[in-house]
Design a protein around this ligand. Structure first.
Ligand code: ZN
Ligand code: ZN
Length: 92
């Protein structure tokens, strides 16, 4: 499965390796897979369900990502955030 990433804040779809240039992204980059739909309370699945089970979490030196599985249709949604400069120092 190879989901497209989009900006977590403004939902601009991003090609591989591309970065969003919106104001929020300048502070801290965040991405979510394009099968997630933005709502008032955050992201929900494209099927309309907003309950997820966390299925994975990965830590990298410059970012971390978490994967969730929709409890209704089983779609997997991933979010990825850059670490802040402080935590990057911590992670070395
Ligand atoms: Zn953006
Ligand atoms: Zn779903």
């Amino acid at each position: 499965m190879n989901n497209q990433w989009k900006c977590y804040y403004c939902e601009t779809e991003l090609e591989d390796g591309k970065e969003c240039t919106c104001e929020k992204s300048k502070e801290r980059k965040g991405y979510v897979t394009s099968n997630a739909v933005k709502s008032e309370k955050g992201y929900k699945c494209s099927c309309g369900n907003d309950r997820f089970r966390q299925t994975g979490h990965m830590d990298f030196s410059t970012c971390y990502s978490t994967t969730y599985k929709c409890s209704e249709c089983g779609s997997c949604i991933s979010v990825q955030f850059d670490r802040s400069e402080e935590s990057m120092a911590y992670w070395g």
